[in-house]
Design a protein around this ligand. Structure first.
Ligand code: FES
Length: 115
């Protein structure tokens, strides 16, 4: 199963940093798609809200790697993430083109997504 890591640290998930989004609703919607794990700050606060999509075992076997998404601050982005995960997610399906706007490089210190 594809898993989604949702950053909820000092900036992600806060109305101070991203005042225009219902952060709790974002997590609820993601949890309707697949398993969600909340993590503390991933050290890319300038990209709040940060979400990491981890491949399923089949996706990982096919070469998929965790995909970092930054500035996920539009409710519609969750629909695009859902579409991608339902198609198989990393390693098994290309993300919808619109998600290219969010895909980011993880910080060097945390190249590997949180477990
Ligand atoms: S709080 Fe999410 S990257 Fe820092």
């Amino acid at each position: 199963m594809t898993r989604i890591i949702v950053c909820r640290g000092c900036c992600c998930g806060t109305s101070r940093k991203v005042p225009t989004l219902d952060h709790d609703e974002q997590v609820r919607r993601l949890a309707r798609i697949t398993e969600v794990r909340i993590t503390d700050c991933l050290d890319v606060c300038e990209q709040a809200n940060v979400i990491v999509v981890q491949p399923s075992p089949a996706g990982r076997a096919a070469g998929g790697r965790p995909v970092w998404l930054g500035l996920v601050n539009q409710p519609e982005a969750i629909d695009d993430i859902a579409t991608w995960i339902r198609a198989g997610g990393p390693g098994l399906a290309e993300p919808p083109d619109i998600l290219a706007l969010y895909i980011s490089t993880p910080p060097r210190r945390t190249r590997k997504a949180p477990a």
